[in-house]
Design a protein around this ligand. Structure first.
Ligand SMILES: [Zn+2]
Length: 55
C-alpha cells in the first residue's frame, strides 16, 4: 500500500485505486510518501487490503 499526501490529507491507496486516481495524482500533484507492506492497512477508496501476493 502506498501513502499519498493529497490536498485532502494523507491517504492509503492500493495499486488499483492508484490507477483510478492517476488523473487526480497528476492534476493535484499528490506526493507518494512511502510504501508499506502491511495486510492490516486498508485502501481509502475501496476499503480493501493489499491484494498483491508476496511470496
Ligand atoms: Zn483501493
Amino acid at each position: 500500500m502506498k501513502l499519498w499526501v493529497t490536498p485532502q490529507g494523507d491517504r492509503w491507496l492500493c495499486a488499483e485505486c492508484e490507477q483510478d486516481c492517476a488523473q487526480a495524482i497528476t492534476e493535484q500533484g499528490w506526493r507518494m510518501a512511502f510504501v508499506k507492506i502491511d495486510p492490516m492497512l486498508r485502501c481509502a477508496e475501496c476499503k480493501q487490503g493489499d491484494v498483491e501476493i508476496f511470496d
